[in-house]
Design a protein around this ligand. Structure first.
Ligand code: GDP
Ligand code: MG
Length: 439
């Protein structure tokens, strides 16, 4: 995939102490191919490469001690910019209800996304109403009703004998009368964009005066998704795009070109068929993910919502600078256990899925107690300077913790591997991190 290819390109540069202009050009050629292969619009690719090259040369990559990192940083920033730079928030009406109209081709995921959006709003203490505006697809109304019942959000419907325009109008009126602060109007799609579809959507737009017109596009369809977005935008003045099906084998092309081609921000990203709260789209996270840097920010955010914020920041800093000790390790282990299954946490760490020999690091939850016992049997000096733990110290620690020398050895080895990995990661990130200082 795209991530793998880009990692190869940067891997080659990373090893070099000094790069020539040829190296940069060569890398850019490969980035270009990788993007085209991921089905990114070719005009977008052309402009992207030109920008990166210009910045790379402007920033004197060649003179840097870590030229590869400088290029990764530039590519990361440009990818982020390409996807809109910052996260775009959902619109909010001055006077409720906020009307959100969903549009898109058949099968793009409008109905599913309507449900996810409703759930997201409901979790945010809002009172959404779903409006069943697709009267054409067999069982479309039923689909929305089942979904609404599942998440406990009411669904407004007038059956399939009333026009969608009238249903939408009545739905918004119903929301006003019943104190709903958000109305989500699900609409019909066709297999292709046609006039009848556009005419109906325009009329729904006219009567509901939506604050938000979200185009739902299937990101698996790559460039086709972008073309669809372009046509819709020309006719309907979209306010945002939702990329669905970002799970599975998406090549990334839609995410990377849709904003550049339409000028319309990607507001949400959806994965999976299950109704879970819709997730805001974060351009910088997507860029990092594409570059294979793991979802560090998600991890930090998760940590912050579960852990004391100060401790989380400190943990992040230590991980970044790779200066942590066994004392931190112990504390971190306790903190991390609050986050959820360790495997899942590990997966979110950059480089984890690729780093060799780190599989052992998957700490068995049941083993955690033993690991804690080992660390607690170390002296302060040993915790702070694990290098001094020689064989006789290991024997003492094993005896003290009720474990054996082999277990102690294994833990120390894992700890050292972890530190090494973090060092590697922090040098890859540079002193300030890929975004000029992660917070
Ligand atoms: P609509 O015709 O635009 O309303 O599309 P639906 O919401 O009915 O979805 C069409 C199909 O795509 C259904 O089988 C959904 O379960 C599936 N689907 C929708 N969103 C996603 C997504 O984000 N990921 C995956 N994997 N499937 C999705
Ligand atoms: Mg539908």
């Amino acid at each position: 995939g795209l991530t793998g290819r880009l990692q190869n390109v940067f891997g080659k540069l990373r090893g070099k102490g000094k790069v020539s202009e040829d190296d940069v050009n060569e890398a850019m050629r490969e980035v270009r191919l990788a993007l085209l292969e991921a089905d990114v619009n070719f005009k977008v690719v052309k402009e992207f490469i030109a920008k990166v090259k210009e910045r790379a040369i402007g920033q004197e990559v060649m003179k840097s001690f870590t030229p590869g990192m400088v290029i990764i940083d530039i590519v990361n920033k440009e990818l982020t910019e390409l996807m809109g730079g910052t996260q775009s928030k959902l619109a909010k009406a001055n006077r409720p209800p906020t009307v959100i109209m969903m549009a898109g081709l058949q099968g793009a995921g409008k109905t599913t996304t309507s449900g996810k959006l409703a759930l997201m709003l409901q979790k945010g203490n809002h009172k959404p109403l779903l409006v069943a505006g697709d009267i054409y697809r067999p069982a479309a109304i039923k689909q929305l009703q089942v979904l609404g019942a599942q998440i406990g959000v009411p669904v407004f419907s007038l059956g399939d004998q009333t026009s969608p325009v009238e249903i939408a109008r009545a739905g918004v009126a119903h929301a006003k009368e019943n104190g709903h602060d958000y109305v989500i109007v699900d609409t019909a799609g066709r297999l292709h964009i046609d006039e009848a579809l556009m005419e109906e959507l325009k009329q729904i737009h006219e009567v509901t005066k939506p604050d938000e017109v979200l185009l739902v596009v299937d990101s698996m369809t790559g460039q086709e998704a972008v073309n669809v977005a372009k046509s819709f935008h020309e006719q309907l003045e979209l306010t945002g795009v939702v990329l669905t099906k970002l799970d599975g084998d998406t090549r990334g092309g839609a995410a990377l070109s849709v904003k550049a081609v339409t000028g319309c921000p990607i507001k949400f990203a959806a994965t999976g068929e299950k109704i879970v709260p819709l997730e805001p789209f974060h351009p910088e996270r997507m860029a990092s993910r594409i570059l294979g840097m793991g979802d560090m920010l998600s991890l930090i955010e998760k940590a912050q919502s579960n852990i004391d914020a100060e401790k989380a920041a400190e943990m992040e800093r230590k991980m970044r600078t790779a200066e942590f000790t066994f004392e931190d390790f112990l504390e971190q282990m306790e903190q991390v256990r609050k986050l959820g299954p360790l495997d899942q946490i590990m997966e979110m760490l950059p480089g984890m899925n690729k780093a060799k020999g780190l599989k052992d690091l998957k700490v068995d939850e049941k083993q955690v107690g033993r690991v804690e016992a080992i660390v607690k049997s170390m002296t302060i000096a040993e915790k702070r300077k694990p290098e001094i733990i020689n064989h006789s110290r290991r024997r003492r620690i094993a005896a003290g913790s009720g474990t054996n020398v082999a277990e102690v050895n294994r833990l120390i080895k894992q700890f050292e591997d972890m530190r090494k990995m973090m060092k590697q990661f922090s040098s890859m990130m540079g002193p300030k991190g890929p975004k000029g200082g992660m917070k």
